[in-house]
Design a protein around this ligand. Structure first.
Ligand code: NAP
Length: 239
């Protein structure tokens, strides 16, 4: 089944090439798209517009691949059961092939089709149940928020942070893990900071930053103004 790819940016162009289809750009309608998954390859800030432009009868087919906390948005639109993927391949520019970092997971009604699409390009992807997906989504969110903030705080790569600032990584991870667990009523398995550090060492030269605030660090702040997080963001002039 050929998927419909919404968004002709980096990821959308790469997935469309794998699916041998043309991605839909802004302004093109997918109201008459063929049956099958509608893979949304836009940034988080464009998601609401994409959902609202999708005919009600096709909304269950939307597949979300965005980083960050999109649950409140999905909940507002009654789409919490939709297919979601946590993407661990990187596409650096439109037209480039994806580079697989390993660990991509997908959950939901179109999970098998998403997995098989990635498989056509030898990109790994595991189908998981919604609860496992949620736990992994929260860990990726923690990684983005903890390492983004600390990279900016120390003007350092993620690998340098692991080497030189382990105590700050642990304190901030534990603090934000607590915020997420209370807000989402879930429990992550022990060893979160160690897993975040191990992932960082796989891409040690990457330097993150505080990005997409409402979908990442801002979501934590909205739940609780926890002390280290609030203080270090304020020191960076972000809030
Ligand atoms: N790049 C990666 O390696 C990577 C890896 C993991 C996850 N992701 C996630 O994947 C998502 C997409 O990332 P990206 O890097 O591909 O972003 P991108 O290069 O900025 O592409 C986003 C595309 O979506 C288009 N768009 C926005 N609103 C639209 C609409 N209503 N209808 C159709 N197209 C629309 C944009 O068009 P305009 O130019 O007109 O705005 C743009 O071409 C993000 O949430 C990102 O976090 C990316």
């Amino acid at each position: 089944m050929t998927p419909t790819i919404i968004g002709a940016g980096r990821v959308g162009s790469a997935l469309a090439k794998i699916a041998r289809t043309a991605p839909l750009s802004r302004g093109q309608s997918w109201a008459k798209a063929q049956p099958g998954p509608l893979i949304v390859c836009t940034r988080n800030n464009d998601l609401a517009g994409v959902i609202e432009a999708t005919p009600q009868a096709r909304r269950a087919d939307l597949v979300f691949i965005q980083n960050g906390m999109i649950e409140p948005l999905l909940q507002d639109h009654g789409l919490l059961q939709n297919t979601q993927a946590l993407v661990y391949f990187a596409v650096s520019a439109v037209g480039e092939d994806p580079v697989d970092g390993g660990g991509t997971v997908v959950s939901g009604p179109w999970a098998q089709e998403f997995q098989s699409l990635l498989g056509q390009a030898s990109l790994g992807c595991t189908v998981v149940d919604p609860h496992s997906f949620r736990l992994q989504m929260v860990e990726k969110l923690l990684w983005n928020c903890v390492f983004g903030l600390l990279c900016q705080r120390h003007n350092a790569s993620v690998g340098a942070l692991v080497r030189d600032h382990g105590a700050e990584i642990r304190s901030l991870s534990e603090e934000l893990q607590g915020v997420a667990e209370r807000a989402l009523e879930l429990e992550l398995s022990p060893g979160v900071a160690e897993r975040l550090c191990a992932y960082s060492m796989k891409i040690a030269d990457y330097q993150g930053a505080v990005k997409e605030l409402p979908w990442r660090n801002g979501w934590f702040l909205k739940q609780e103004s926890s002390p280290l997080h609030a203080q270090w963001l304020a020191e960076l002039g972000v809030q």
